[in-house]
Design a binder for this molecule. Structure first.
Ligand SMILES: NC(=O)c1ccc[n+]([C@@H]2O[C@H](COP(=O)([O-])OP(=O)(O)OC[C@H]3O[C@@H](n4cnc5c(N)ncnc54)[C@H](O)[C@@H]3O)[C@@H](O)[C@H]2O)c1
Length: 301
C-alpha cells in the first residue's frame, strides 16, 4: 500500500479513553488532526479536552457507560451534530474480571452483566448507532474493535499466535528471551475471553455487509500492553521483568494510525495480532478469505 489517506479533519469517537489504550488512541488521532469525541465511565474523562488542546482539534468528552443505550445515543447524536459527521469509530472500552467454570450462578450473572455488558454490548450498541450514520453519509468509514490475544480470541484459525508460520515477526526479538507469546486469560477469565472472541462475529459480519459502502471494519487483538488495566493485574506493582516485556500503548496507537491511513482501499475484516516479543507493527494485509467467496479470496484483496 503506497498512498496514505490523510486523516486531517476527520471525526472520530473513541470509547474508554480516559486512561490506557483509548487515551493513547485519542492522542494519536488528535495528533493527525482528527476531531475527537470520547466516552468513559471514569469521571476524569473530563480532562481529555485539555490534554488534547495542543493539537488544535475539537474535542468532546462524555461521562457515560458504553453499555447504556441512552449514553450511546447521547454521544453519537451530539458528536454528529457538533462535528457534522462521524468517520471513525474506535470501540475500545473494556474491563476485565476473574470468572471461571466453577463460579456460582449469582456471581456469574453479575459478571455477565458487567464484563460482557461492557466488552461486547458496548461495541454492539456503538456499532448499531454509528453504522447507519456512516452509510447515510456515503463517504465510507472506519470501525476498529479492540479484542485481546488471550488464547485463540484473535479468531481465525490461521492467525493464532505464536505459531503462525507465515508471520514475518515470528522470531525472537533482541532483548527478549523466547518466542512471541500470547498472554493471560485461560481458566480464570472465561467470560472476558468469550466476549472478546465474540467480537469476531461483529468483525466478519460487519466487514462483509459494509464493504459495498466503503466502510472498513477491523480488530486489534493485542497482548500485554502497558495500561491502567494491566497494572491493576499486578496490584500496580509489577516486577521489573514483567514490566519490561509489555508493549507500549503509543506503539499500538501508531499501528492504529497506520491502519486508518490505508484508507478505503485498505484491508478489512482483519483482527490484527500484536504479541509480546514482536514489533508492534502492522503485518502485510491478508486476503479477504473470510468475507469473499473462496475463488475470489485466493487472489487476495
Ligand atoms: N492492556 C492490555 O494489555 C490489553 C490487552 C488486550 C486487550 N486489551 C483491551 O484493550 C482495551 C483497552 O484496555 P486498557 O488496557 O487500556 O484498559 P484500561 O482499564 O487502562 O482502560 C480502559 C478504559 O475503558 C473505560 N471503561 C471501562 N468500562 C467502561 C464502560 N462501561 N463505559 C465507558 N468506559 C468504560 C475505563 O474507565 C478506562 O478508561 C480493552 O477493551 C481491553 O480489554 C488490553
Amino acid at each position: 500500500m503506497t498512498t496514505k489517506t490523510s486523516l486531517k479533519g476527520k471525526n472520530a469517537i473513541v470509547t474508554g479513553a480516559a486512561v490506557g489504550l483509548g487515551n493513547a488512541y485519542a492522542a494519536a488521532l488528535a495528533g493527525e488532526g482528527v476531531n475527537i469525541a470520547v466516552i468513559d465511565i471514569r469521571e476524569d474523562v473530563a480532562k481529555v479536552p485539555s490534554q488534547l488542546a495542543r493539537h488544535g482539534v475539537k474535542v468532546l468528552a462524555f461521562h457515560g457507560d458504553v453499555a447504556n443505550p441512552a449514553d450511546v445515543r447521547r454521544v453519537v447524536d451530539t458528536t454528529q451534530s457538533v462535528f457534522g459527521s462521524i468517520d471513525i469509530l474506535i470501540n475500545n472500552a473494556g474491563i476485565w474480571g476473574a470468572s471461571g467454570a466453577e463460579d456460582d450462578l449469582d456471581k456469574s450473572l453479575a459478571d455477565y452483566e458487567k464484563i460482557v455488558g461492557t466488552n461486547m454490548k458496548g461495541e454492539y450498541l456503538f456499532g448499531r448507532a454509528v453504522i447507519p450514520i456512516m452509510i447515510a453519509q456515503g463517504k465510507g468509514g472506519e470501525i476498529v474493535n479492540v479484542a485481546t490475544d488471550h488464547h485463540v480470541t484473535c479468531g481465525t484459525p490461521h492467525n493464532v499466535c505464536p505459531n503462525l508460520a507465515t508471520c514475518p515477526w515470528n522470531k525472537p526479538n533482541p532483548g527478549f528471551q523466547g518466542p512471541p507469546r500470547p498472554t493471560g486469560g485461560g481458566e480464570m477469565m472465561d467470560l472476558y475471553d468469550a466476549g472478546k472472541w465474540g467480537l469476531n462475529g461483529f468483525l466478519f459480519a460487519w466487514a462483509k455487509a459494509l464493504r459495498p459502502h466503503n466502510i472498513r471494519v477491523n480488530g486489534f487483538c493485542m497482548g500485554a500492553t502497558d495500561s491502567y488495566m494491566l497494572r491493576s493485574f499486578h496490584n500496580f506493582n509489577p516486577s521489573k521483568e514483567e514490566e519490561a516485556s509489555w508493549m507500549r500503548a503509543e506503539d499500538n496507537a501508531q499501528a492504529l494510525i497506520d491502519l486508518l491511513k490505508e484508507g478505503p482501499q485498505g484491508r478489512t475484516a482483519e483482527n490484527m495480532n500484536f504479541c509480546v516479543g514482536r514489533p508492534v507493527k502492522l503485518e502485510p494485509p491478508r486476503s479477504l478469505k473470510y468475507i469473499l467467496p473462496e475463488s475470489v479470496a485466493t487472489t487476495g484483496a
